[in-house]
Structures are given as C-alpha cells and as structure tokens.
Design a protein around this ligand. Structure first.
Ligand SMILES: Nc1ncnc2c1ncn2[C@@H]1O[C@H](COP(=O)(O)OP(=O)(O)O)[C@@H](O)[C@H]1O
Ligand SMILES: [Mg+2]
Length: 263
C-alpha cells in the first residue's frame, strides 16, 4: 500500500450541541498541495486542528504519515508544521529572536539550529531583516516569518490555515511562489483558502460544506466534471446547487474511491 500523508476515516468533532465536523473521509497523497475549500463555518479549521493533534476527535480515526491520530499525536506534531489562522509572532522581538523561540519549542539540536535558521531565512528572504523588530514589518513579511517559524524543524507536512487572509495581492502571489518552491523539495502541503485563484494552482482539493466533504478530486477533474474552466465556478456550483441528490452521489463515489485506495 502506498503510504499517504494523511488518511481520515469518519472523522467527527462536536462542540456541545454543535456538530462542526460530521464524519470526514479524506486522503491526502504525499507531495503537492491539497486544498480544503469551503465557506466560513464549514469545519475546515476544526478538521485541521484534529490533524495537528490540537483537538481530540469526537469520533472516527485517522493517520498522519502512518501515525495514529490521538495515540501518536506527539510524534505527529514533530513531523508537521502548522500555521494556524491566528498564528502569533512576538512583535517586540526581532525576526531571528522569533525563529529562535520556535526552534526552542521544537527542541532542535544546537548544531542543527544554525543550519535550519539559515535555511528558513533563505527560503523566506528575511536574511537582511533578521535584526528588525517584528512590530515594524509589513503584513507580507510577517506572514513569511510565520512560515519560517513553521518550517524550522523541517516538517514533512506543512499545514496552512488561510495563510493569505488579509494579505495584499502582491504578497499573496509571492507567498504561494515560496510555497511552490518548498513543494518542489518534496514537502506535502495541506491548505485552506478563500481565494479560488490560489486554489486553482493546487494539485487537488476537497470541498467542505457544513461539516462534510461533498467532493474531492484533482482540481483539474473537479473543473472538468462540472464543465467549467475555473474553480470559482465549481465552488459556486457546490455552494448553491448542492441539493440532497448531488450530495449523495458525490459522497458515495468518494467513499468508494477512498475504500479502493485504502484496500
Ligand atoms: N471551540 C469551539 N467551540 C464551539 N464551536 C466551535 C468551536 N470551534 C469551531 N466551532 C464551530 O464549528 C463550526 C466550524 O468551525 P471552523 O472549523 O472554524 O470552520 P471554518 O474553518 O471552515 O470556517 C462553526 O459553526 C464554528 O462556530
Ligand atoms: Mg477556519
């Protein structure tokens, strides 16, 4: 069996009466960028938090790089970089002090630390700014620094929850350019975004609505089977036209594909 980056089976999460995630089946293959797309409140962040071991599922199971969610969440955390929706940097510390802080969280060996710090400064292009106070950086640079902090321990999977929300268009583009370069080096990226133009560049995507995945495929196949040439139209189609019948059909097809792949 090919080992996937992430495999989720019937994953659920409730907050009291609220069923935020209603049984998600998802396979994220190794390599490339996989998108989680859906309206606000669909359950994207909750799903991500369970994958990262920050939230405990209420039901279902999953594996991340072959490790059991829950039982092996500490091992999982060492292998993933997680940039949460509200990633926090220390505004009153410099760029390198922030990186230093995160490298201590991940207990990186002293001799590796310098090498990794130089590497993430190279990736983000923050080398010339390493002694600047973070509070004085623009939004675009702060976001690149947040990414650097998430990469300090050389994760195998990078998880980005709306990494470009509220960032200007030029910085957005530069940010994804950087992500594509990292992907070239073999990392797997799972990302959520509201911007369909960004998602079009992803390899695959799952549309999540009201706590369920209603369609998942390569971005190309998603456009093709909906007879449209952009992901925005796919999104609108699912968001507006998703009646019970379409939902059932997509859902059954996806279930079958997942059980085939996992067999
Ligand atoms: N800690 C929480 N307590 C209660 N409800 C929550 C909590 N986190 C998320 N929710 C609810 O779960 C649903 C899914 O939220 P979320 O996963 O953040 O969606 P998304 O990231 O797709 O916008 C929403 O209805 C949200 O209000
Ligand atoms: Mg969210």
């Amino acid at each position: 069996m090919m080992e996937n980056a992430i495999e989720l089976v019937g994953l659920k999460k409730s907050f009291g009466e609220i069923e935020a995630v209603k049984g998600i089946d998802l396979i994220v293959p190794k390599g490339g960028i996989y998108g989680l797309i859906g309206p606000n409140g669909a359950g994207k962040s909750t799903t991500i938090k369970m994958i990262c071991g920050v939230l405990e599922p209420s039901g279902g199971e999953g594996r991340v790089l072959g490790l059991e969610m829950g039982a092996e969440s500490e091992k999982i955390k060492e292998k993933i970089g997680y940039m949460s929706q509200k990633f926090s940097l220390y505004e009153d510390l410099t760029v390198s002090e922030n990186i230093e802080f995160y490298s201590e969280i991940y207990t990186i060996d002293l001799e590796k630390k310098k090498e990794r710090t130089d590497e993430v400064l190279r990736i983000s292009g923050l080398g010339d700014r390493k002694h600047q106070l973070v509070g004085n950086l623009s939004g675009g640079w702060k976001q690149k620094l947040a990414l650097s902090c998430c990469l300090i321990h050389k994760p195998e999977i990078l998880i980005l929850d709306e990494p470009t929300a509220g960032v200007d268009p030029v910085s957005r583009r530069l940010f994804w350019k950087m992500i594509y370069e990292i992907v070239e080096e073999g990392i797997t990226v799972l990302a959520t975004t509201h911007y369909m133009d960004e998602a079009e560049g992803f390899d695959s995507a799952a549309f999540i609505m009201d706590g369920r995945i209603i369609a998942a495929d390569t971005t190309e196949a998603l456009m093709k089977k909906n007879n449209v040439d952009n992901l925005e139209d796919v999104f609108i189609k699912y968001a507006i036209d998703s009646d019970e019948e379409t939902f059932e059909k997509e859902y059954k097809m996806m279930k079958r594909r997942i059980s085939d792949e996992m067999a």
